[in-house]
Design a protein around this ligand. Structure first.
Ligand code: Z57
Length: 831
């Protein structure tokens, strides 16, 4: 075993190869070594968890060497560094991904086989970190993967929630939440850094004093003090030496505080206050796209942002550069408004703590930050009630006021006779009790604003941020989302990945545009056969998983029609259900009708406080119960709810799909990323002209995409023209029959009240225009069925989808951010 270069002096002494070697034999030895010395076990008595831990530590050792070398390279070269600030990360299981990045999947499999162990069984044991809700958190994880793979110096900053997104159980058809205990068995992927910790203050009041040089100074007499401790997780690039850093903060008590300052003999009380400090990073808020206003949520945001900026300042100090050049070292991305308090916090740190003057600090701040918007939904645009904000962050409120005063002074010069516009632009919403508008703070405090798909970016500039677009059109950019082909193709769908590599070579794994080489094979019957084989294997695997999990028998030969994403009215899972009920009605009336067998699968979590979303889950399960035991359906229609949808489940769902449901009301879904993962795995899309669907359809070709429904402009006009869903219900007999069946209690053991809120909403308001799109959707589904009857045609369409999805790699998205927003370049780490 040739030893790695020792010249850097970073490799610790000892039997070096057992911690770095990549051969099957070395991996086997290292695994046994870790099983003994970390778990205190030998093979005969080891549990699943022992094996998982031992293998994870084996892989971690191999990452640590690259990690240290990466940090060294960055230290030497002092490159501009991306800091991705995100309240959420959804990385998915680490072990398999790290094996893939290191290129040791096969060697590890062989090593374990030598011990009579099965790698897949060990992989299956991992409890994934569910530190995010959905698309936004998963995007952050895809971006971390691409940053490392493109060899971009980057740190992901966030919160180490002790409890991530809840686990979902289904009881009697209803969603029941249980707490996520992902840390129960310990987490071999993180390194706690007790030495990297920062104090975070909150509350209290400010004092304005003049110092001995006649300078105005602000003292923040805080009321409470916390400490954030860093927990680092390595993020390995695929096929490169780069290992970047995901640094998550855990809240702890600031030592000494209670005991020295406030201790009045109340020892137990002081300890209890310490325990309470830990609540800041205790639990992830389980709302995707919902409103804010909770004090603890603001504390979480400020907590992780303050730790991250203090950490950046510490790193900056090691470069010896003057503080006014902070922005030359760091490009910080605000992942939605959640970290936007960073604008005020960096100003505070630079002005109050480091003595910069306001203009210098403002210059550095504006050039540091850029803001990504992920939604147009009004209820998701964060605004903090002023009394709450003032109570938690009194100094930051003063800073926000000062930013706003200067900004509005400029705007009054520009628009002297337009006070209404000034009020609209203001960072402060003056409606009682007054609010701080975080999207405005992000727009003013950064140098770029981006949407996440072309349509979304256009709507952003013409609706919610129109006034900002008027003043700074050049600040607006589009950065269409992307997904990592490593996790979502290579890991999730090894059979298809092998087929692609056989046809194209392996260049596609780091340059996804190369998939275009498949176009020439789209009509090749032998290739089509192998394509269908690969798909069938994933469908059978999912069917087996579901059978084992819930006793649902589903037929891998049927059309797998899948909608998997958070449950939300705007995503319209219930439109999908109206189609299912329509198929059911058709089969009831003509039991011998010749329709292709379909399995309609749903997966997704509802926010625990979102009653309508939970009712939709109940309705899915209620329809499933009736449909699945009706002999008239005779295996031609099945409905399945896949419980506890998370990244791991997603990896087995995307590759098994024939049809991908992307049916949100046009104008509502900012981008979507599941749409990309399905299509990249050879599913055809039925979808509206919403989010990135628009660009996916353009890329794969309109003939290879099932389009239906109103577009975003038509949706606006439909609502403006006095939309009356009831009229549509009266006019379309199939629609009426489907709604009536649900309303009448057919799926509720005769209880006509159960789904009343849902039906009433559809017939009375129908905010998301289900009834307006129903006919187009059902007719489009009939075209899907026709295409499915012709396997050669279907497979050709699927191959062309994959061939043309190269643009939707997160590598492309990240390359665009690097070029257009961050102005950063790769810094190669040598092996
Ligand atoms: C979230 O997952 C998204 C937007 C939000 O405002 C919040 Br809060 C959470 C999603 C969008 O709904 C998707 O359309 C988008 O693809 C994703 O963010 C990533 O940009």
């Amino acid at each position: 075993m040739p030893a790695r270069k020792q010249s850097s002096g970073t490799v610790p002494p000892g039997p070096e190869h057992t911690r770095t070697g990549l051969s099957a034999e070395t991996l086997r030895q290292a695994f046994l070594d870790n099983l003994f010395y970390i778990q205190g076990r030998f093979p005969e008595i080891a549990t699943d968890d022992d094996r998982y831990q031992a293998l994870s530590y084996t892989v971690r050792d191999r990452l640590l060497h690259r990690w240290v070398r990466t940090i060294q390279a960055y230290k030497e070269r002092d490159p501009r560094t991306v800091c991705y600030l995100s309240a959420e990360y959804l990385p998915g299981p680490h072990l398999a991904n790290n094996l893939l990045s290191l290129g040791i999947v096969d060697a590890t499999r062989e090593a374990l086989r030598g011990l009579g162990l099965d790698l897949d069984a060990i992989l299956d044991h991992e409890e994934e970190p569910g530190l995010g809700n959905g698309g936004l958190g998963r995007l952050a994880a895809c971006f971390m993967d691409s940053l490392a793979t493109l060899e971009i110096p980057a740190i992901g900053y966030g919160i180490r929630y002790e409890y991530g997104i809840f686990d979902q159980k289904i009881q009697d058809g209803w969603q029941v939440e249980t707490s996520d205990t992902w840390l129960h068995y310990g987490n071999p992927w993180e390194v706690r850094r007790p030495g990297i910790c920062y104090d975070v203050r909150i509350g209290g009041r400010t004092e304005h004093v003049t110092d001995e040089h006649g300078r105005l100074r602000v003292h923040w007499r805080h009321a409470d003090l916390f400490r954030g401790v860093a927990y680092d997780t390595p993020v390995a690039g695929y096929g490169v030496e780069t290992v970047n850093l995901l640094r998550l903060w855990r809240a702890e008590a600031a030592e000494d505080f209670d005991f020295t300052v406030f201790n009045q003999g109340d020892y137990v009380g002081a300890v209890m206050r310490k325990v309470r400090s830990e609540t800041i990073s205790k639990v992830l808020y389980p709302n995707d796209e919902a409103d804010s206003g909770k004090r603890l949520r603001l504390l979480q945001q400020y907590f992780f942002v303050s730790c991250s900026l203090q950490d950046m300042l510490r790193i900056f100090a090691t470069t010896g550069r003057p503080l006014a050049e902070f922005h030359a070292k760091f490009a910080a991305q605000l992942n939605d408004t959640h970290p936007t308090i960073a604008v005020a916090e960096l100003m505070r740190l630079l002005v109050d703590e480091h003595g910069l003057d306001w203009d210098e600090a403002w210059q550095a701040t504006r050039h540091t930050f850029a803001y990504t918007n992920h939604t147009l939904l009004p209820e998701a645009l964060e605004k903090w009630p002023l009394p709450l904000f003032a109570d938690v962050l009194p100094r930051h409120l003063e800073i926000v006021y000062e930013i706003n005063r200067r900004f509005l002074d400029d705007m009054r010069l520009r628009y002297p006779d337009d006070p209404a516009r000034i009020a609209r632009l203001s960072i402060i919403d003056e409606t009682p009790p007054k609010y701080v508008r975080m999207a405005h703070l992000a727009s003013v405090g950064g140098h770029a604003i981006n949407g996440v798909a072309a349509l979304h970016t256009r709507l952003l500039g013409t609706t919610v941020l129109k006034d900002f677009h008027d003043i700074w059109p050049d600040k607006f950019q589009n950065k269409t989302n992307g997904v990592t082909p490593r996790r979502f193709l290579m890991l999730a769908n090894p059979g298809l990945a092998d087929l692609l590599t056989e046809a194209l070579g392996d260049g596609w794994t780091r340059d996804l545009e190369r998939l275009r080489g498949l176009e020439g094979l789209a009509d090749d019957p032998a290739f089509q056969d192998r394509w269908r084989q690969a798909k069938l294997i994933r469908k059978a695997a999912l069917a087996e998983r579901l059978r084992a999990g819930q006793g649902n028998a589903i037929d891998p030969a049927s059309l797998f029609d899948i909608q998997a994403k958070r449950i939300h009215e705007y995503k319209r899972q219930h439109l999908n259900l109206l189609h299912v009920v329509t198929l059911y009605n058709r089969l009831k009336h003509a039991p011998d009708a010749d329709v292709p067998a379909r399995t309609v699968l749903f997966g997704g979590k509802a926010a625990p406080g979102y009653a309508m979303a939970k009712l939709i889950i109940k309705l899915i399960n209620a329809v499933a119960e009736v449909v699945n035991r009706d002999p008239d359906m005779r295996d031609r229609l099945k409905v399945v709810f896949v419980p506890d949808y998370n990244v791991k489940v997603a990896q087995s769902v995307y590759p098994a799909a024939d049809l991908s449901e992307q049916i949100s009301t046009a104008g509502m879904e900012a981008s979507g990323t599941g749409n990309m993962k399905f299509s990249l795995n050879g599913a055809l899309t039925i979808g509206t002209l919403d989010g990135a669907n628009v660009e996916i359809r353009e890329a794969v070709g309109p003939d290879n995409f099932f389009l239906f429904g109103l577009d975003a402009d038509e949706a606006v006009r439909t609502r403006a023209a006095g939309y009356r869903p009831y009229a549509l219900y009266e006019r379309d007999p199939e629609l009426r029959a489907a709604v009536d069946l649900i309303a009448g209690g057919h799926f509720a053991h005769g209880d006509a009240g159960l789904f009343r809120p849902l039906v009433d909403h559809l017939l009375g308001r129908d905010d998301y225009l289900l009834l307006a799109d129903y006919r187009a959707y059902v007719d489009c589904q009939d075209r899907v069925a026709d295409a499915w009857r012709d396997p050669a045609r279907w497979t050709r369409m699927a191959i062309l989808n994959v061939a043309r999805m190269g643009r939707f790699s997160s590598d492309r998205a990240i390359a665009e951010y690097c070029r257009d927003i961050w102005n950063v370049a790769p810094a190669r780490v040598d092996g």
